[in-house]
Design a protein around this ligand. Structure first.
Ligand SMILES: [Zn+2]
Ligand SMILES: [Zn+2]
Length: 400
């Protein structure tokens, strides 16, 4: 919940010093769940490297004391870690027995993983904690590539720190942040709340995102506890929703909040690329899965259009917090972002780049008058006004 919490002024609590990182050679992991070492990659550097992975740990993680600190401070859970090229994962997810439809859904992903790790059995009836972690880690890298494609960038666009002789791209190799993206997947809500209380200064029931200023890293803490989030089928799109928020905020460095409509609309679209009927709604208390709203938002958008209830672009850019968004706003911003990605991918990438990288006269990031900037970009890139954009958007809805 980066934007909400930052707006509430809790940010000063977070000027934390870089932790003492534990980067000693990999040691076998002792776990209450039986296996001492990952049965798939065996933490073998050759197998790991081939798969774009770094290590099961110990690794850097969180604001202080790395993965060892997580194990120590959140000791009621049994933790596994996995670092990839752009991300780090900490998971206390438990094993999940797969139903027939889960096995079918997961077959292609498991097939891809099996090519890298032949120890994965041909018929997986149960995802053990290591397999759940490996699946999420592979998806994290896949999503990173998806997001870079959307932004029209590659790793080569991001230097170690700001290059003053080149166009502004932030202040680090990870989309403009200095450190990798991190996700904590909890099987125990108490541990989620302990972590957020200690490091984010707030206790919430649902998923929470944070920017650790000292380390320039983005982290999401996700309690995969309730029935609607515990299992892989929903945890995957929900995690992607949160990653979309983290990565948009990180792009060209998180110096100010991106426009709410863009932030939430994009997170919905990314989530729907995984599961079109799973929705995460952000509010003042974190981001939570939503089972109550309509299943298919494409249909809902058409219905809104018939009733002349689609949120106008002029209204979208006035939305200031996630809490202000109505169900119609969620569906409309999702539709608007889908329209822009499908019909104008290059201009939309340029639009995001301009919104995320505004500089003041002295050349420093500046989040002032983002509404004006959006209108200006609309005109410069498309030759449109908010009203004429609505006309194009509505024509697109009708034609679908
Ligand atoms: Zn492994
Ligand atoms: Zn969201």
């Amino acid at each position: 919940m980066i934007p909400t919490v930052f707006r509430n002024g809790l940010l000063p609590l977070l000027v934390l010093l870089a932790g003492v990182f534990c980067l000693s050679p990999a040691a076998p992991q002792k776990g209450k769940r039986g296996k001492d070492i990952c049965p798939y990659c065996k933490n073998d550097p050759v197998l790991l490297k081939r798969a774009g992975l770094v290590s099961h740990g110990p690794i850097d993680f969180g604001p202080e004391n790395g993965s060892e600190g997580i194990k120590e401070r959140l000791a009621l859970s049994d933790w596994l870690f996995l670092e990839t090229d752009h991300m780090r994962w900490a998971s206390s997810l438990r094993a999940e027995t797969l139903k027939g439809k889960d096995r079918k859904r997961l077959a292609p992903e498991l097939e891809n993983l099996r090519e890298l790790f032949p120890e994965i059995p041909a018929k997986v009836k149960k995802l053990d904690p290591y397999l759940r972690l490996h699946l999420m880690a592979a998806r994290g890298e896949k999503f990173y590539a998806r997001f870079q494609k959307l932004l029209g960038v590659t790793d080569a666009d991001f230097a170690e720190s700001r290059q003053f002789d080149k166009p502004y791209m932030g202040n680090g190799r990870f989309l403009g942040e200095k450190d990798k993206f991190e996700v904590l997947l909890h099987s125990n809500r108490g541990m989620h709340q302990k972590f957020t209380k200690e490091h984010m200064g707030t206790v919430v029931t649902d998923s929470l995102r944070w920017h650790f200023r000292g380390q320039h890293k983005m982290l999401a803490s996700i309690p995969a506890v309730d029935a609607d989030l515990r299992n892989d089928v929903s945890l995957y799109p929900h995690t992607v929703h949160n990653l979309s928020h983290l990565m948009l905020c990180a792009y060209k460095h998180f110096s100010y909040d991106p426009p709410t409509w863009l932030d939430e609309g994009l997170a919905h679209v990314m989530e729907h690329e995984i599961d079109n009927e799973f929705h995460t709604l952000d509010g003042e208390e974190g981001s939570m899965p939503d089972n109550k709203g309509p299943g298919d938002w494409d249909l809902k958008l058409k219905k809104l259009h018939k009733r002349d209830k689609v949120t106008s672009f002029a209204r979208m850019i006035r939305i200031q917090t996630f809490g202000q968004m109505s169900q119609e706003d969620h569906v409309s911003t999702n539709g608007m972002v889908r329209f822009l990605i499908d019909e104008h991918p290059d201009k939309f990438a340029a639009f995001i780049g301009a919104i995320k990288g505004q500089l003041n006269a002295e050349g420093y990031p500046d989040g002032s008058d983002l509404r004006g900037l959006q209108r200006k970009q609309l005109k410069e890139l498309w030759g449109l006004t908010p009203n004429s954009l609505d006309v194009e958007f509505h024509a697109w809805i009708e034609a679908r």
